[in-house]
Design a protein around this ligand. Structure first.
Ligand code: AMP
Length: 299
């Protein structure tokens, strides 16, 4: 069983109250696919420009990513720059340059269209729909999105929602989508828009899964120090889908455990800039924190 991951493969320039790092490896698909690689083989679908450093391609390779769907196009790589406030839950996008992703229209190979698990990481809803159109009877489709797409592409996003098994978004995006401030009250409204499962991320306060079995509340792993939370949401969904892909049995049975594995993978992402920590850990590190977290929530 393998996983298809669509999203941005980016260069990120990140500023926190303590440091500044230009042109790091980033992007929703980079974070998600590397996170998923601890559990399965992610097939990356994305596009980079001719300014994308070779060392980052080597890093993808080192993590066992299947790169048949990664195109190198003439032009600039997607570039995002953002700045965090003292309270790192608050972040401002300074600039987004779409570059080669703007006109990216992938044609999947026959093998890619048959992958059973599909992760549509954060990118334009039209691009997410384009890839989903090509998939043959996937077993489980999850998508992530962000405020930018809710603002500029609400109609295509609403069209995509009934085609998803699961939608993942943060609490403010859930409020914006459902036009309801309380994320718990927003959940039934989001289900009505299509997805059977909805996961609301609440940053350092964890995540809530809503589905046919009701709610499941997962705390975040308590970290002493957050260096850079960029990509935590993508690592969360990547770890979650990677783990789900690697398990036997029903989605319903495995989803809660997958969510905890996503939570833990995301915790490592926050401990250094960009992908610097996530690309240094081993699966055993994830397993260790999963055990620690489960002890913390038992009573
Ligand atoms: P997160 O912190 O989980 O929201 O993810 C941040 C990552 O998303 C960064 O690595 C960015 O390159 C990427 N990103 C930022 N804006 C967008 C966008 N509009 N579409 C897709 N990816 C984005």
């Amino acid at each position: 069983m393998s996983l298809l991951v669509l999203g941005t493969t980016a260069l990120d320039s990140i500023k926190t109250p303590h440091a500044e790092n230009p042109r790091l490896l980033g992007g929703s698909a980079s974070h998600a696919a590397v996170a998923a690689s601890f559990f399965t083989t992610p097939h990356l679908i994305g596009a980079v420009g001719d300014d994308f450093p070779r060392k980052y391609i080597n890093l993808y390779r080192k993590h066992g990513l299947n790169l048949d769907g990664l195109q190198q196009l003439s032009g600039q790589t997607f570039h995002w720059s953002g700045e965090y406030e003292q309270n790192m839950n608050n972040r401002r996008t300074l600039d987004t340059v779409l570059g080669v992703i703007e006109n990216f229209s992938p044609t999947l190979t026959a093998a890619q269209t048959r992958l059973p698990y599909v992760l549509l990481a954060n990118c334009a809803p039209d691009l997410q729909a384009n890839v989903l159109d090509q998939m043959r009877r996937p077993k489980f489709v999850v998508a992530d999105t962000m405020d930018l797409w809710l603002n500029i592409a609400r109609a295509p996003l609403l069209k995509l929602l009934p085609r998803l098994d699961c939608l993942v978004l943060n609490d403010s995006e859930a409020a914006q989508l459902a036009e309801e401030d309380n994320p718990i009250a927003a959940l039934p409204r989001i289900h009505k828009l299509g997805p059977k499962y909805v996961i609301v991320k609440k940053g350092e306060h964890g995540a809530i899964l809503s589905g046919p079995r009701g709610l499941f509340v997962a705390p975040a792993y308590p970290l002493k120090k957050v260096v850079d939370p960029t990509g935590a949401g993508d690592s969360f969904i990547g770890g979650l889908m990677g783990h789900l892909t690697s398990q036997k049995g029903s989605i319903e049975k495995n989803l809660r455990s997958a969510l905890i594995h996503g939570t833990i993978t995301a915790s490592y992402c926050c401990e250094a800039f960009g992908l610097k920590k996530t690309t240094k850990i081993k699966k055993a590190d994830i397993t260790k924190r999963v055990r620690e977290l489960s002890k913390m929530v038992k009573w």
